[in-house]
Design a protein around this ligand. Sequence first.
Ligand code: ACO
Length: 464
Amino acid sequence: MRRPDPPFAHRYGTWPALALGRVSIGGSKMAEPTKTATLSLDGKSYDLPVYSPTLGPDVVDIRKLYDQADVFTFDPGFTSTAACESAITFIDGDKGELLYRGYPIEDLANNCDFLEVCFLLINGDLPNATEKKDFENMVMHHTMVHEQMQFFLRGFRRDAHPMSVLTGLVGAMAAFYHDEIDYSEPHAREVAQIRLIAKMPTLVAMAYKYSVGQPFIYPDNSLSYTANFMRMMFATPCEEYKVNPVLVRALDRIFTLHADHEQNASTSTVRLCGSSGTNPFAAISAGIACLWGPAHGGANEACLQMLNEIQANGGVDKIHEFIAQVKDKNSSVRLMGFGHRVYKNFDPRAKLMRETCYEVLSELGLQDDPLFKLAMTLEKIALEDEYFVSRKLYPNVDFYSGIVQRALGIPTEMFTCIFALARTVGWIAQWEEMITDPEYKIGRPRQLYVGETTRKVPNISVRK
Ligand code: ACO
């Protein structure tokens, strides 16, 4: 039986028909093939349809290959494999281009706030003025979490990493919000999407407050999404938090720049986990677990740690020594915050984050902050160094976002939680797109088996 969401029902009686799905997303029929590729194997040839995307390289369709030729393809790390059709995000790594629903990230970061970007990602287009107001109203009236969640949270050790706590809290949402359980119903999915966007800031702030032993701060729905989050992080019952628009704008931009990034590891995790038809909160929790790793969302934390270490070992004077270590083939030291698997020209998010970095430090009078000076000197030296230039290694978004978050007062171990908060909308947009895709199937990769061939179980007395 469906029970209405308590806070919403209290105000409005029941969930209204949500404004999502204004633009048709998902459910589209796959495009017709534009070409044919031919594979020759053991004297036979197989025609494989080729699709041309609206942007990006052509895609060879190998779905029938196993049936027809009795072979699998091998692609560990999925470096050449498109696992789905998607209309959400596009990246051109050589051009340094990132588009959400066709809009360049620069345009969005300069002209929209994060909730507009959320609306865009889940609906397919930007909201008009009425839709923006309704969407904000909807999100900001679902910020409170079930009161019982704080007791669940209190079961964790206070010194636990906040990402482990967040993974648990989001997974637990499946137990706290189970009034909607049939996720084949669009309304149920929309309710889950709003709940996730609305409650993530509250959960992240609660995980932080718990780790520092301070009381939880309830949301203030009269504030903007990002200002409310900052207040929940930094206010205490004895001291109100003064909202600073420059700092709010900076964090809002961090959210926008991290909102989606195509079929990366955590997004693919959400899709694979969700492909079994599991509860969306469980699928997002799996995405958070994946994001935690240092090769993914943990890189900005690692970058700040690197800067702190250089600073502690002599600062600017020791940069050349550090760069020599990075370039030494026998050392495993990397310049964190430099290089990217996809962006081989520049990371467009890094340019925007650099601007924000200057704005925040100047607002806070921190231009002379030694760590910032160190980062800027390191950046200059690396950008002029042949080693980095020839390998197309440029600063990525993490190089600057750690410095900005530190200046905002966010502790290093919370950086990945901030990333998870921002990426939640991307994950749910991708999950929705998958569920509504007529080609949708449970994910089931194949393998190149290199283990033992069939053998008999020996009697225990003769086993070596
Ligand atoms: N410092 C020093 N050398 C580097 C770096 C780096 N940060 N990144 C790459 N290289 C070198 C490699 O040693 C290699 O050199 P070689 O050709 O002489 O062997 C060459 O550049 C190519 O490196 P790959 O590891 O093949 O590049 P790949 O595209 O696989 O790696 C990655 C991308 C993992 C991001 C890498 O650049 C890196 O480790 N960067 C530091 C960590 C980081 O900042 N990650 C954040 C990514 S952004 C994000 O997740 C939001």
